[in-house]
Design a protein around this ligand. Sequence first.
Ligand SMILES: *Cc1c(COP(=O)(O)O)cnc(C)c1O
Length: 396
Amino acid sequence: MRHPTIDTAEQVLATTYSRMPVVFEKGAGATLWDTEGREYTDFLAGIAVCGLGHAHPAVQAALSEQAGKLLHVSNLFYTKPQVELGEWLIRHSFADRVFFCNSGAEANEAAIKLARKYFYDKGQTGRYRIIAMEQSFHGRTMGSLSATGQAKIRKGFEPVLDGFEFVPFNDLEALHAKLDETVCAVLLEPIQGEGGIVCPDSDYLPAVRKICDETGTLMMLDEIQTGMGRTGKLFAYEHAGAAPDIMTLAKALGNGLPIGAMLAREAVANAFGPGAHATTFGGTPIVTAGALAVVKTMAAEGIVAQAARTGEYFMERLQALERRHDRIAAVRGRGLLLGLKLKEEGAPLVKTCLERGFVINCVQGDILRFAPPLIISTREIDALINCLDDILSTEV
Ligand SMILES: *Cc1c(COP(=O)(O)O)cnc(C)c1O
C-alpha cells in the first residue's frame, strides 16, 4: 500500500518531478529515515546541498537562536549575520563583494545582469552576448534557462532570451572563435554537474582565464554545485589556480537553507549601484545565520580537506568496481562529486539502491551521481560499493 502522503502529493503537487516512492522524516549525519523507520545512507545530500549532513547541531543551534530574534527585515537595513557571511566569503575567495539571493538560478540571473550592466556602464551597449557551454546547467528561470546548453531543458519555453550562444565544453578553439567585442562574458561550470559530472582538462580553466583577459571578456564560474568543498577545495577554481571575475554559489552554502550568492571583483561588482538589482528575501537574517554556522563549522572541522581525502578513497573504490564490471563505462569527477557512467540506463539501479537503503541519483540517463554529505565515512562508502557490486553482479 502506498503511503497516504504520496497519494495526496500526487493529487496536489505540481507534476514537475517524478519522485521516488519514499517519504523522508528525519536525518542525522549521512543517515536518513523514512516514515516507516527505515534507514538509508544518503549519497545525494539533497543534490549536493547538505554538505554537513542532516540535523547538524551547530546549524540547528544557530537557526534556533536566530529564529527567536529576527527572521527578516529586508535589505533596506543592515543585519549582522548577512554581513558576517559576506565577510567570510570574501575572505575565503577571489571576490570583493557579494550579493545574496535565494537560489542558484537567481544567483546566475544576477551574474548575467551584472555582466551586461558592467559593459553598459562603460558605454559598450552592444557588448551583451554571453557564451555558455553545451551540456551546461544554470537553472530554470528564463535567464538561467537561456544560458543552459541542453535543448531538452529549454524545449517548450522558447523563445529564450536573446544573446546566448553555446560552444562545446573543454574546447578552447571553439570558445576563442566566438569571442569578439559583442561578448560580455563566458559562463561555465568548473565541472559540469547535471551535464554528467564532466571534468575538463586541467589546463582548460587557466586557458579560459587567459582568453578572457586577452579579449577583455568577463569570466563567470557557476560553482553552485562544485562550491563549498564539494570537489575537495572550498571552490573548484582553486584546483585550476584561475579565479573568475564573477562566481555564483547556492546549493551547499546553506546546507539546505534556501540561499544563493553572486560574488564579484570590485570593478565588476560596482556596476550594481543602488536600485540596479534587488531581492526581498536575499540574505535574510535567519538564512544567513544558518549559512554562517555552516561555513564556520566547515572551517573549524576541516571539512574541505576531509572531503578531498574521502573523495580520493571513494574514487579508488569506484575505479576498482569499474575493473570488476563490464557494465561500467567510466568513472569520473573530483572530490565528493563523482559519477559512474554505465553502458545501460541508470534508473533501475537507482531504484534498487533505494530499496537496499542507499540514496543516489542518475543524470543524463546513464550516469549515476554520488554527491554525499562531505562528512560521509569510508565505512559508509564501503557499504555502498558492496551494494553496487552486488547489483552489478546479479541483476540485469
Ligand atoms: C542546481 C544548479 C543550478 C540551479 O540552482 P537552483 O537553486 O535549483 O536554482 C545552477 N547551476 C548549477 C551548476 C547547479 O548545479
